[in-house]
Design a protein around this ligand. Structure first.
Ligand code: ADP
Ligand code: MG
Ligand code: ZN
Length: 621
């Protein structure tokens, strides 16, 4: 079979996505290949398809047991023989799998890196024909990345022992230059074909909100997704526990995950989520690496994370199937303080020498600042993200909360002058809250103690609501008229632009959301489908009913096979089925994600449900 036939036959897809073909061709031409593509772009197919076309075995190196299990499960479901070798197997199972591997049963074998240079495995590998070593999550070789794994360094050691050097391919979603260079150097890729696809994920809707009551906002969002799976990230274990408990009490199907739980409980909770037994996962950032669940329809950040890298990685766990999904960040000033605390008390830094430690802290504070500015900006959020990662955006994506909000340009010269004047008048000694309270004219003990009631600007903006003052303050930071020190005191300082006084004719304009319209616009745009965030969102009411029927059949089949439902068919496949409404095998095979093998296994059952639905509809007419 050629690559197109394999794509259709085993995976049920009609065409390749951006970058896939180039990487497959490069591997088939015997060249080392490095693929840098965002989460959900479809990196796995780039090594799986050539693996099926080359004679000999492809070894896939993957960092996590859960990832291997998932991928091997998906391959077996598609009718491809694959196995994994890692510490989750008993000794007996391990030797059995090795024996099958020796017989040449598996074109694809997933191996944990620490297994590679063990005696048993080498004994097998040295006598087998290894045609490719594919390194998944290749950024794990780099100490620059967040997921450095020393065991990944064994990969090169292993390759050097092989009698013939196989093709080496490597894949990651991490785009920074340091990591890319590390991968090439450390894995010793020879003149590799490097393919980088854009980092944009058009199916993700981005939104930032600063609600008074975060929990209520979360509930509203969950009610808009009554049947969908989603993740809620919290900054601390304590908050994770709290939010999860409240949700359960309010009748939501939620579970939790953080490093403070016992291994067994963590594993169970993760499985409940992956197998759709529980819809909502409340977790710290310990959760997610290696979660390939494709039908996560929303990721809510209950707190602002520490940097844009973390944010995009975590938010990017939504919508891997390419269907609409929602990424909501709930910002509060306290999040900055909590993150600042983590930076100042980072245990990982303790081994570093003092100069390096200071440098790392400085870098982390800078990153935190860029993250904070993401929450402040009134421009397109997607643009902000893409620019952060070194790409250009179009200025307007039409699928983020800023693009969908009606702004008006307002003149804030008077307010801005008062705030800057207030900072200058207190000799740059206080934090944001004190400054805002002063210009607003708050009559608190703190203000009197600091004698800020004697500041010339005390009460000069008494009529402006404090939330508006905060917006203007944030804008002054964005435009670099004010800066906040990067230490625990977070003191407001003047900058080069403002330090020597402002010119007489100085003015300042900024975009402000038209308050009353804001919510309505966003929800109206969502209803009209632009910001839709449910896989079934584009379906009519009748089709939704059908979707639910197909979904429950999928759940039943998944339970019987002991695999996660999305491995039977993705949400995207079910949605497409509702639109195509196939009646025959031929028609069913045109549905995206339905290949020959899966059709043999499940096709008739799904056709039956479709037929029952068609009958019910015609009878009701
Ligand atoms: P990555 O490893 O890059 O994060 P995956 O390999 O896990 O992404 O693929 C994400 C999803 O995209 C999977 O559900 C996969 O089946 C699907 N996919 C991959 N390639 C295609 C394609 N050419 N057409 C449609 N869907 C695809
Ligand atoms: Mg992957
Ligand atoms: Zn936008």
């Amino acid at each position: 079979m050629n690559k197109y036939e394999i794509l259709k036959h085993y995976f049920g897809y009609a065409e390749f996505r951006e970058g896939q073909e180039r990487m497959i061709d490069s591997i088939l031409a015997g060249k080392d290949t490095l693929g840098i593509m965002p989460t959900g772009a479809g990196k796995s197919l780039c090594y799986q398809i050539p693996a099926l076309m080359m004679d000999g075995i492809t070894l896939v190196i993957s960092p996590l047991i859960s990832l291997m299990k998932d991928q091997v499960g998906a391959l077996n479901q598609a009718g491809i023989h694959a196995a994994y070798l890692n510490s989750s197997l008993t000794v007996g199972q391990y030797y059995k799998a090795l024996a099958f591997a020796k017989e040449g049963r598996y074109p694809i074998i997933y191996v944990a890196p620490e297994r590679l240079v063990t005696e048993e495995f080498l004994d097998f590998a040295l006598h087998a024909k290894i045609s490719m070593v594919a390194v998944d999550e290749a950024h794990c070789v780099s100490q620059w990345g967040q997921d450095f794994r020393p065991s990944y360094l064994k990969i090169v050691e292993f390759i050097e022992k092989l009698p013939v050097r196989p093709v080496i391919s490597a894949f990651t979603a991490t785009a920074t230059q340091e990591v890319k260079e590390d991968i090439i150097d450390i894995l010793m890729l020879q003149n590799p074909t490097v393919t980088t696809t854009g980092f944009n994920r058009p199916n993700l809707y981005f939104s930032v909100q600063s609600p008074k009551d975060k929990y209520e906002t979360v509930k509203t969002c969950l009610l808009q997704h009554p049947n969908d799976s989603g993740i809620i990230y919290c900054l601390t274990r304590k908050l994770t526990e709290e939010v999860c408990e409240k949700l359960i009490r309010d009748g939501f199907s939620a579970t939790r995950y953080h490093a403070g739980l016992r291994d067994e409980e963590r594993q169970n909770n993760q499985d409940d989520f992956i197998y759709d037994r529980c819809r909502i996962m409340v977790a710290t950032n310990a959760f997610g690496m290696g979660i390939d669940k494709s039908n996560v329809r929303y990721v809510i950040h209950y707190n602002m994370p520490k940097n844009m890298e973390s944010y995009y990685q975590e938010a990017g766990r939504a919508g891997r199937d390419g269907e609409p999904a929602e990424c909501v960040l709930l910002y509060a000033g306290q999040d900055v303080i909590t993150n600042q605390f983590f930076i100042d008390n980072n245990q990982d830094n303790e081994e570093l020498d003092e100069i390096t430690r200071q440098m790392v802290m400085e870098r982390d504070r800078e990153r935190l600042k860029k993250m904070t500015f993401y929450c402040f900006t009134n421009d397109c959020l997607r643009d902000y993200i893409l620019r952060y990662f070194g790409e250009y955006g179009s200025g307007y994506c039409g699928n983020c909360s800023n693009c969908l909000t009606q702004f008006e340009t307002v003149d804030v010269t008077e307010e801005a002058k008062a705030i800057i004047g207030c900072v200058a008048g207190c000799r740059q000694r206080y934090g944001v809250t004190v400054i805002i309270d002063t210009v607003h004219g708050a009559n608190t003990a703190k203000i009197r103690n600091y004698r800020m009631n004697e500041n010339p600007f005390y009460g000069s903006l008494a009529k402006t609501p404090t939330h508006r003052l905060r917006r203007i303050f944030n804008e002054l930071q964005l435009q670099e008229y004010l800066t906040v020190t990067n230490d625990e005191y977070a003191i407001v300082r003047l900058t080069e632009k403002s330090g020597n006084g402002l010119p007489d004719d100085w003015t300042m304009q900024m975009k402000m959301a038209k308050e009353a319209e804001k919510q309505e616009k966003v929800s109206a745009a969502k209803k009209s489908g632009r910001g839709k965030a449910s896989a079934a969102g584009e379906l009519t009411a009748g089709q939704q009913t059908l979707f639910e029927a197909l979904r429950s059949l999928r759940a039943e089949l998944a339970r019987a096979e002991k695999v996660p439902p999305y491995i039977v068919f993705s949400d995207k496949t079910l949605t497409h089925m509702c639109l195509v409404k196939p009646k025959t095998k031929e028609q069913m095979l045109t549905v995206t994600g339905v290949g020959e093998f899966k059709f043999e296994k499940y096709g008739e059952r799904f056709l039956q449900v479709l037929e029952e639905y068609a009958l019910a509809v015609s009878e009701s007419r």
